[in-house]
Design a protein around this ligand. Structure first.
Ligand SMILES: [Zn+2]
Length: 254
């Protein structure tokens, strides 16, 4: 499966996955035009739309794609996603024929309560739950929920491609570096990100193993992150550390 990040809106990525026979799916089309252009340029036929959560910058283009291409729209069971034709839920496997693909559905409450991710074909389509070097804001869930959701994703194979919904990596990295200034893997990743962005290339997908080494929100039990959280008032507890990190990131201005 080919994995293509399609830039959309201000800093979103719509993920385009396609096989060698011209069959494509897209994940979280916040707008339709960039998808249509990417399909046309690659001579691909759209077969399905997958949605992770209800925010407009992730679903805004789904209706036009559904109606113009006559494709199914898979989404979590949430009335705020009226465009859906098929509902999927935690524990199910979504099987597609064209392109041939299987995706496990995992509920990841936190950024929103009904947020799901799709895992399969070597990729994690994680919407706004996990970002490279960061994680989603807590709009609806609790720190306990989002930490638990992230810990579930952290147990996936290390070579899984992390396909997240935004180009936030550089800004996330500036915060991560304040938490772990001595993390060599993080500094190496930031050099890579700077090179990619200077060339106007996406910084994602990353790999899960890279995130485990560099992303403070997946590292609340590592010594340097725990020490930083302790200095910033967190009690000696993973959820307290995670909440402290998330609040500090919300307030952070690089
Ligand atoms: Zn969102």
């Amino acid at each position: 499966m080919h994995v293509v990040p399609v830039p959309a809106l201000a800093d979103n990525y719509i993920w385009l996955l396609h096989d060698d026979s011209g069959n494509a799916i897209v994940i979280d089309p916040g707008e339709a035009a960039p998808v249509e252009a990417a399909l046309s340029a690659r001579k691909l036929a759209l077969r399905a739309v997958l949605l992770t959560h209800h925010h407009p910058d992730h679903i805004g283009g789904a209706e036009r794609l559904r109606d113009n291409d006559g494709v199914p729209v898979y989404a979590p069971d949430d009335d705020r996603i009226a465009v859906a034709t098929h509902r999927v839920k935690d524990g199910e496997t979504l099987t597609l024929q064209q392109p041939s693909a299987h995706f496990d559905i995992i509920a990841v409450p936190g950024h929103t309560l009904s947020h799901i991710v799709y895992v399969g074909e070597g990729v994690l389509l994680c919407g706004d739950t996990l970002f490279s070097l960061g994680c989603g804001r807590l709009f609806e869930g609790t720190p306990t929920q989002l930490l638990s959701s992230l810990q579930g994703l952290a147990s996936l194979p290390g070579d899984t491609l992390v396909c997240c919904g935004h180009e936030y990596t550089a800004a996330n990295g500036r915060f991560a570096l304040t938490v772990e200034p001595d993390n060599a893997a993080l500094k190496q990743r930031l050099d890579e990100v700077a090179r990619l962005r200077a060339a106007n290339r996406p910084s994602v997908p990353s790999t899960l193993s890279s995130e485990l080494a560099c992303n403070p929100f997946l590292r609340v039990d590592s010594k340097d992150v725990a020490d930083w959280c302790s200095r910033h008032g967190a009690s000696n507890d993973p959820v307290a550390r995670f909440a402290t990190l998330r609040s500090a990131k919300d307030a952070f201005r690089a």
